[in-house]
Design a protein around this ligand. Structure first.
Ligand code: GLA
Length: 447
């Protein structure tokens, strides 16, 4: 049975980095050369604003995905792979000569395998699953390899962009690598486990292929993997938060020009994540419909994006928009204002004001944007009446997943116990609470 009470740095469980090293060593019979740490993110406020050129205020949290890596075949002179343990996922020594990226996971039997050179990315166009893209988590690994290889080819002016007759890129001399993933991020809970995986794979490629690493570019590349390879029509929030966050800070992002500024988290507050245990696949959700509603609203109001309305809807908006588009636009416009209000409140250390912004944000996303759900609403209500809670709201794409709350650090454990009891009595479901600290974005640890 899983423990429902878990802080980001749970002393009862080996850290993800150590587990990734162990999985790697067991699978490949030698130690890895480096570990990429890739955090999940929770969005404090600024929901469904990223694809409207708006503002967001996420934090990267110490629930992380770690990827242990070694170039493959191992460099001459490095320790030769030993025999793999019986039952290991990928026997070391298998196909040392074939160039590929192979990633095993602590949770999955089959490794993700991408043959090198990888396929070329599809031409620019609307988000759509690439023909031939692998299913499941392997598709995210593959998408990140494909996009990083294309960036590598572009950097070297490689004619590879055209690809060969088999549709493979010509970044002919890319070296293969092997990796092992361990993660504390719940899957599909709206904490960006997929962005964390994409960025970890991209960071590993960048290290092995000796490319530069710039967080905003890396985030864009990971978003292309999501949009043009996996086919999920997401904005850039998750990838940019995971890539560019600063320890101890939330990250204020302006999606009009992709500028970021760290906002210090006040002392004495913890970021509590309440996982409702409900899940919804983003690819198949109403996310695309919400995007289309926003585009219709912008067109009806004669602006390129809803951000161009600045801080208010025009007085005649109700006459120019259908009722749904009007509510979507009202959420986006007021949400941008709440991002600025929350950033100000955090800078001032005014936690009651910060909490009030979260609660107003929940009402807007529930009533105007229609992406909350009964369990998310129940979890917000449970948080509101728990000790030490300044405020709470649903977080992420919506419909299912998690609620975020700002909680007085002195009350963390009491808050946790009260929320779990109350949430269960309201819904009959077990929830989970993670008390998290804000950490830095994707980083590399050489061993
Ligand atoms: C998902 C998407 C993000 C963003 C949020 C909603 O997490 O991946 O781009 O749109 O939903 O704020």
């Amino acid at each position: 049975m899983t423990d429902p009470i878990r802080s980001g740095s749970d002393p009862r469980k080996a850290p993800a980095a150590r587990r990734a090293v162990e999985v790697f060593t067991r699978a490949y019979g030698m130690p890895p050369r480096f570990v990429v740490r890739s955090p999940g993110r929770v969005n404090l406020i600024g929901e469904h604003t990223d694809y409207n050129d708006g503002l967001c205020l996420p934090v990267a949290v110490d629930l992380e995905l770690c990827l242990a890596v070694a170039p493959w075949p191992p460099a001459p002179g490095s320790a030769e792979p030993g025999p793999a343990e019986p039952g290991s996922v990928s026997p070391a020594g298998r196909g040392l000569r074939d160039r590929r990226v192979e990633v095993v996971s602590e949770h999955r039997g089959e490794p993700a395998v991408v043959r090198l050179p990888p396929p070329v990315p599809p031409p620019p166009g609307p988000p759509r699953r690439a023909p031939g893209a692998q299913q499941g988590w392997a598709g995210y690994v593959e998408g990140a390899v494909v996009m990083t290889a294309a960036a590598a080819a572009a950097q070297t002016g490689d004619a590879a962009q055209t690809g060969d007759a088999a549709g493979r890129g010509g970044a002919a001399d890319l070296c293969g690598w092997r990796g092992a993933v361990a993660s504390d991020l719940p899957l599909g809970a709206g904490l960006s486990s997929s962005a964390a995986l994409e960025l970890a794979v991209a960071r590993a490629c960048a290290e092995v292929w000796e490319l530069g690493w710039e967080p905003v570019e890396a985030a864009r590349l990971a978003q292309r993997a999501e949009n043009a390879w996996v086919g999920a029509p997401t904005g850039l929030l998750d990838q940019l938060a995971c890539a560019a966050a600063a320890a101890g800070h939330a990250l204020l992002i302006d999606f009009r020009d992709l500028t970021t500024s760290p906002v210090p988290m006040p002392d004495g507050v913890v970021v509590a994540i309440v996982d409702t245990g409900t899940r919804r696949e983003l690819v198949t959700s109403a996310y695309g419909e919400r995007r289309a509603d926003c585009e219709r609203a912008a067109a009806g109001l004669g602006v390129r994006s809803l951000r161009d309305l600045d801080d208010a809807l025009p007085a005649d908006a109700a006459g120019r928009l259908d009722p749904v588009a009007l509510r979507r636009a009202r959420h986006v416009v007021t949400e941008n204002g709440r991002v600025e209000a929350l950033a100000d409140a955090l800078r001032r250390g005014d936690l009651p004001a910060a909490g009030a912004v979260l609660l107003a944000g929940h009402e807007s996303i529930r009533d105007d944007f229609d992406v909350s759900g009964p369990e998310l609403d129940a979890a917000v209500d449970a948080c509101r009446s728990a000790p030490g809670c300044h405020g709470a709201r649903m977080t992420g794409g919506g419909f299912a997943g998690c609620v975020v709350a700002l909680v007085d650090a002195r009350h963390g454990e009491r808050f946790t116990g009260a929320v779990l009891r109350d949430y269960r009595s309201r819904t009959g479901r077990p929830g989970a609470v993670h008390l998290c600290a804000p950490v830095a974005g994707t980083s590399l640890l050489r061993l």
